[in-house]
Write a protein that binds this ligand. Structure first.
Ligand code: BG6
Length: 502
């Protein structure tokens, strides 16, 4: 992997990971740091401090990480390159709630700044359960660890979930801003680190061809789907309190919607892009309770078959209540009420244990105004543009062509571009770009406070209705299917149907 054109190694700094003994660190963060190293995007003057609750020596921590990287790296590990990272690893044990942890961390940061010449800049990465976010930032502030100078920055990356409804997100924003300036806060969303997600903006705004038809005059509706085959695995504790609307829709899917619906920004500066994104969310009205019943569908998987294997229903998963009413599937019909999109529905759906893993955005265009070729109404498929986000990353346009032969028969054909043509799509964790950006101080791909609050403003009324009305039909879809019948009815009532990936 060579150094991408135009990118230089990030500036010297220390990365402090709170929750370094957790899954995220070994599965994503360290492999991403290793990939950045391979790409030549890490500075030589770097130290990485893991903050763990369990006591361990620097040496022990290094050994553990060296073992884990060999299991979780997305490429084969070069011993020499890894050693440079391994030698810069440190561990600070302590409770996240104990002020002493922060004074010890402060002393360690001074030491590593001297040994590794990091210059005093620090990226704090909060890979902890969300209940700790506010408290950690408060104590970092109290310990004097968040103050910046001209040559040393201090930034905090906050993992998801950011709040669990509008009020809690707003309260967390206030807690963070009591200590930090908004420019120091990096609310991460790993969907925005995905290559094909970043490509949506390039597709729209670096090509002159699509933007003229990207509006209510030509687009009939938009569908955004994030289908997963996995269940809740061992995350029952977390998922029981979350559900798919909080876990996937409020954050990742609203971001996909933003990218499809936003106006062209005036520049690619962080705030120019985020200003346009937040405008999209602002144009989505909060649903009234009676609208929730018509425009939102929830589901929960029962037992079924995936990939030929029988799998358990959600209520039989570990750490899940046997009478749980947590939703594992959601479908929504949203209206973006602005000049460009008025009257064009955006349909979102996401679920666990669906028939296939697939993330796609489908833009369906209006039918041609006259049927010249003898087709009957309903026989002619409209043009569709499909952005395949994962796993088969690419872009496809579906159009009609004449079938070769003496009669006028029409077939649907595809114009296709596969992202594989660029190579190297599989070697990344999705965190590389986001980590790099937070080190160089580019917050374009991170959520801003107002974006998070707007997204919760839309999601909260739906959650409120769902919390107050017990679902009578759960479980209402079989694992391995495409979701509950009510979701089909949501589309059926307006004469549409869900787009099934081909
Ligand atoms: C996470 C959710 O944010 O995204 C998980 O918490 C979900 O429940 C995951 O499985 C999906 O991410 P990806 O990158 O596999 O689509």
């Amino acid at each position: 992997m060579s150094q991408p054109a135009g990118l230089r190694p990030s500036p010297p700094c220390a990365i402090v990971i709170f929750g370094a003994a957790g899954d995220l660190t070994k599965r994503k963060l360290l492999p991403a740091i290793y990939n950045l190293k391979v790409a030549g995007l890490l500075p030589r003057q770097l130290a990485i401090v893991g903050v763990t609750r369990k006591e361990k020596s620097h040496e022990q921590f290094r050994e553990e990480q060296s073992k884990d990287i060999r299991e979780f790296a997305t490429r084969s590990v070069d011993d020499g390159l890894w050693k440079e990272i391994g030698d810069a690893l440190y561990c600070q044990a302590g409770e996240f709630t104990d002020p002493a942890t922060y004074s010890k961390l402060g002393a360690l940061l001074k030491d590593v700044a001297r040994v590794h010449a990091t210059g005093g800049s620090v990226l704090f990465y909060l890979a902890t359960p969300p209940d700790f976010f506010g408290g950690i930032v408060k104590r970092l502030g109290e310990a004097g660890l968040t103050g910046q100078s001209d040559d040393a920055w201090r930034r905090v990356v906050i993992e998801k979930p950011f709040g669990r409804d509008f009020d809690s997100a707003r309260a967390l924003n206030a807690e963070l801003r009591a200590v930090l300036d908004e420019s120091q806060i990096y609310r991460i969303d790993h969907y925005l680190g995905k290559e094909t997600v970043q490509n949506i903006m390039v597709f729209r705004f670096a090509n002159g061809l699509f933007e003229p038809v990207w509006n209510r005059r030509y687009v009939d509706h938009v569908q955004i789907m994030v289908a997963e085959t996995v269940g809740v695995e061992d995350r029952g504790n977390y998922y029981e309190k979350a559900g798919v609307l909080r876990d996937m829709v409020q954050n990742h899917m609203f971001q996909l919607l933003n990218l499809v619906a936003m106006e062209p920004p005036t520049s690619f500066q962080a705030d120019a892009v985020r200003d346009e994104k937040v405008k999209v969310l602002k144009a989505i009205r909060s649903m009234k309770p009676e609208e929730v019943l018509k425009q939102a569908v929830r589901g929960q998987y029962g037992p079924g078959v995936i990939g030929g294997q029988p799998v358990a229903g959600y209520r039989s998963e570990p750490k899940v209540a046997p009478d749980s009413n947590t939703e594992t599937y959601a479908a929504l019909a949203l209206q973006v009420e602005n000049w460009r999109w008025a009257g064009v529905p955006f349909y979102l759906r996401s679920g666990k244990r669906l028939g296939r893993r697939d993330t796609e955005i489908m833009i369906q265009f209006r039918r041609p105004p006259l049927l010249l070729f003898g087709q009957r109404e309903g026989q002619i498929d409209p043009n569709r543009l499909v952005l395949h986000i994962q796993p088969d990353e690419g872009i496809e346009i579906q159009m009609k062509a004449k079938h070769p032969g003496p009669t006028m028969e029409l077939n649907t054909v595809k114009l296709q571009f596969s992202y594989k043509e660029f190579g190297e799509t599989s070697a990344a964790t999705g965190y590389e770009r986001l980590l790099y950006d937070s080190m160089v101080g580019d917050s374009t791909l991170f959520h801003r406070a107002d974006m998070v609050e707007e997204a919760w403003r839309i999601a909260t009324p739906i959650l409120d209705v769902w919390a107050s009305v017990t679902p009578r039909d759960f479980p209402n879809y079989a694992a391995g299917s495409w979701g509950p019948a009510a979701a089909d009815a949501l589309m059926g009532q307006v004469g549409r149907h869900w787009w099934l990936p081909t």
